[in-house]
Write a protein that binds this ligand. Structure first.
Ligand SMILES: [Zn+2]
Length: 270
């Protein structure tokens, strides 16, 4: 584990501590119920700067998804937002003392545990229809949202590596949230070396993964986790939408583009 996480919990409020991936320092995250706020991140670096979880505030989506209000930014929000979507958590203020959230083991399971402890979860059901197919493409990557009876995500991977290769996975809520929430992020050794997390996170080198996978398709389930988190930036919980989202080699950048399109299609603007 990268971090020793601790919880302090009062009713509907919860506080987590963990080491930051980028700052390498202790990050404290407080989650508090806040009426009609949506999901609001507040960076408290002395001055409190609030940034709402909205696709208009995305400043970078190359390796992780970053939001900014022009003065402050907050990184690594996608796993948190995925847990919010899956567990029906809304109207919260997330106060952090650093410009990032806690990475944990690279999954969203620490957020699930925090939400359960603070009793923030609610049932999520599809209630919004998607009226048309939305198609986003860049180079050989693409992501599509298709009108569908129920919510579903599929992902196709095509890595030139024997440990991954051409793989496909699909998930819908009736499959249970555990396999998605506990699916850890992964990266090649050079990338994790750069952040100094090669030993602590799931790392792929020429021999394969450095840790035993929870299940063979864990890397694909993590891609599905990222899609669910990024699409929450549309302003609507994607699990409330009758749509089948299909990603082909897509990542945060295309997920964010799809969130923009969904915001316009479902809400008539962002
Ligand atoms: Zn991720």
């Amino acid at each position: 584990m990268l971090v020793e996480e601790g919880f302090v919990c009062m009713s509907n409020d919860v506080q987590l501590h963990g080491k930051g991936l980028f700052s390498k320092e202790e990050v404290t995250v407080s989650i508090n119920k806040k009426i009609n706020s949506g999901v609001l991140f507040t960076v408290n670096n002395g001055n409190k700067e609030s940034i709402s979880a909205n696709v208009e505030n995305v400043s970078n989506a190359t390796r992780n998804t970053v939001l900014t209000n022009g003065n402050e930014s907050i990184c690594l929000i996608e796993h948190f937002l995925a847990a919010c979507s899956i567990l029906g958590v809304n109207d919260i203020e997330v106060i952090t003392n650093k410009n990032e959230l806690i990475i944990g083991d690279g999954s969203a399971i620490h957020w699930r545990d925090a939400f359960l402890k603070a009793n923030l979860c609610s049932t999520v059901k599809e209630k919004i229809d998607l009226s048309k197919t939305i198609f986003v493409k860049k180079d050989k990557k693409q992501i599509t949202a298709i009108p569908h009876d129920g919510f579903k995500v599929s992902y196709c991977m095509d890595w030139e590596h024997p440990a991954l290769g051409k793989l496909y996975a699909s998930w819908e809520p009736k499959d249970g949230s555990e396999k998605i929430l506990r699916a850890r992020t992964f990266a090649i050794k050079e990338e994790n070396d750069y952040f100094g997390v090669t030993e602590t996170l799931l790392t792929l080198d020429e021999k394969g993964f450095n840790k035993k996978l929870h299940e063979p398709l864990e890397p694909l389930y993590h891609k599905i986790l990222d899609i669910i988190g990024d699409l929450r930036l549309s302003g609507i919980n994607p699990l409330e939408v009758n749509m089948h989202v299909i990603g082909f080699k897509s990542g945060h950048e295309l997920n964010v583009e799809l969130a923009k399109e969904l915001s316009v299609s479902l809400r008539g603007g962002s």
